[in-house]
Design a protein around this ligand. Structure first.
Ligand SMILES: CC(=O)[C@@H](O)[C@H](O)COP(=O)(O)O
Ligand SMILES: NCC(=O)COP(=O)(O)O
Length: 264
């Protein structure tokens, strides 16, 4: 049994799952009272094209994903029993209401403030562990896997595990910025070390934020055991040009390339 491949992903041969974040479909929809572009139609399109999961981040200000979107997607996913639903948010704000009502496969705890521009940091350990522990336990008692949004800090992983988390999601904006500047090689070792430290204490590893078709393969080739990438902003930008189906296929190819023997 390869410790870098969790049981959940063994069904895919250890290949990372693609979870499409639909926030930006809702953002565009909310700029008119016409209901288009449809979040549920986008979800159906990306799932029919092969995406393995959906992610939403219903922020308290409802700038994009609204409460009804979460419930609409939960209803839709009853038709897709093998697709994972991941709901992100701050568990001290509105996230737990959705966890209790919808019981998604996974919730991702993100330490955002209410009006924050976007997610830009992970939890702080050991300080946050004590207050997170009961909420993690509550979500798990509802059958919901808990992932903690984390900066790539190997030294924080034991404390993340100690408060009961099932997985961590490595916050990848710094990697994306470095990759765009041709400097990813300097940063990847810290992400690899954080992933190995997480796996060593029994945590699963997810990743997300500013991943795209240019930087995804390099990340997955270097960082071991990534079970899920959640990708939204760049994905939807690409889909505006290529369409949902072709965009899913492009991202799945980026993932597959990372697991192919080098040189192919
Ligand atoms: C947690 C994270 O990095 C993203 O999933 C987050 O959903 C981005 O939120 P916005 O789409 O509101 O920028
Ligand atoms: N958890 C990351 C996510 O869901 C999407 O982030 P981004 O691709 O919109 O930056």
């Amino acid at each position: 049994m390869n410790p870098l491949v969790a049981p959940e992903s063994s069904a895919r041969g250890g290949v990372t799952a693609l979870s499409v974040n639909l926030n930006k479909v809702a953002l565009l929809r909310n700029t008119r009272h016409l209901g288009i572009p449809s979040v549920t139609r986008a979800a159906t399109a990306v799932l029919e094209a092969g995406a393995q999961g959906l992610t939403v981040h219903p922020r308290p200000d409802e700038r994009h994903i609204r409460a009804h979107d979460v419930h609409d997607l939960a209803a839709l996913l009853k038709e897709w029993p093998h697709v994972e639903f991941n709901i992100e948010g701050n568990p001290f704000h509105n996230l737990m209401d959705f966890v209790r009502a919808v019981r998604p496969h996974q919730c991702t705890f993100v330490p955002d403030t209410v009006g924050q521009f976007t997610s830009d940091h992970g939890w702080t350990f050991p300080q946050d562990g004590k207050k997170l522990k009961p909420l993690i336990a509550e979500a798990q008692a509802l059958g919901v896997r808990v992932s903690l949004f984390m900066d790539p800090m190997p030294e924080a992983m034991a404390a993340a595990r100690a408060c009961g988390a099932d997985r961590v999601e490595l916050y990848t904006e710094t990697y994306a910025q470095a990759h765009a500047a041709g400097k990813a090689a300097a940063l990847l070792p810290s992400f690899e070390a954080a992933a190995r430290a997480a796996i060593a204490v029994g945590l699963g590893v997810n990743a997300g934020h500013d991943l795209n078709r240019d930087n995804l393969t390099d990340f997955l080739r270097t960082v071991p055991g990534v079970q899920e990438v959640s990708i939204g902003h760049a994905f939807i930008a690409d889909a505006l040009e290529l369409g949902y189906r072709e965009t899913v296929h492009d991202y799945l190819r980026c993932i597959q390339r990372a697991f192919a023997p080098q040189g192919r």
